[in-house]
Design a protein around this ligand. Sequence first.
Ligand code: NDP
Length: 333
Amino acid sequence: MRWALIGASTIASQFMCAAFRAAGHQIVTVVSGSADLAARFAEANAIPAFTTDLAAALADPGVDAVYISSTNEKHHAQALAAIAAGKHVLCEKPLGLTLAEAQQMVAAADAAGVVFATNHHLRCSGSHRAVRDLVASGRIGRVLSLRIFHAVHLPVPLQGWRINDPGAGGGVIPDITVHNADVARFLLGEDPQTVVAQSATSGMGQGVEDSAMSVWTMPSGAMVFAHESFTHPFAGSGLEVHGTEGSIFARGVMTQRPLGEVELVTAGGRTSVPFASDDLYTVAVRQFARAVAGQGQPAATGHDGIASLAVALAVRQAARTGTRQTVQYGATA
Ligand code: NDP
């Protein structure tokens, strides 16, 4: 496939350019709001063309699909333009700033018959797929609870719009809670119903929260606890799924790389669980290409992106109001 990158971003340069190439695809051009940045990005990432003209890039019949990794407030308009031009779309999370934006994007893609995916990479990690398989096969019995620890220390180069620009979609809830929402939905196969939450600024956030803790109810009766932060240098990341017949401990698995360890504990003892170590983003790109070829769905669909945003918005509203919120999925419910 031939891709246009929309957004000269860190995630594109650090992970996605390599992922597209590892999957055997070409990157045709990069679109940025800044000609200077676009030129530097194209050179640094060996991309043959660059532009600030989104319409021109989308008019190129040599582009099959776009990868949108601009700041969050731009995703909506850029995705709608790409869909109108008949391009398949892999869009970064959160899909938009509001549920209505995300729903409009996905509805437009459905109407146009193009593939639309959300880049929830953690679904593509071998560790998460191993945990999901253990849960789905009943190895831990009935699931009682899921605890997700995703409190990190935001690297200095990323301490820009994420910590000081609400208009760009800053804050730890749009940044990380959306991922945790997708993880919970992926691992447990059900959608959070209600949430209670608290958020805080603990040293980094300027006008946006940099930390959040929330508890979600699930239709099965399972409880989910999620912790996200930008300010925790040594907390480590991971998740635990506890069931009536066993517990799964996955440490160091909320990352962009295929790292960490998974352990299953039952009455029979402790067992280390092996998992595939494929690059998460390459797995996502390959699955996206198969969907474009008519074989199945992307790893995370547009509807998954709507759902993860819906949970994150409920968490933010619960934290702001101090009241329990029912997650509003809108058309996806
Ligand atoms: P960056 O801050 O690196 O880039 C976002 C935008 O900022 C770029 O698209 C670019 O604008 C502009 N920009 C980048 N570098 C510079 C610079 N040196 N000077 C001036 N402007 C610059 O964001 P991230 O890569 O961290 O995140 C981008 C998107 O990807 C977000 O939606 C985020 O949520 C998502 N993301 C997803 C991850 C995942 O694993 N799924 C991981 C990390 C991020 P322009 O668009 O005009 O080129």
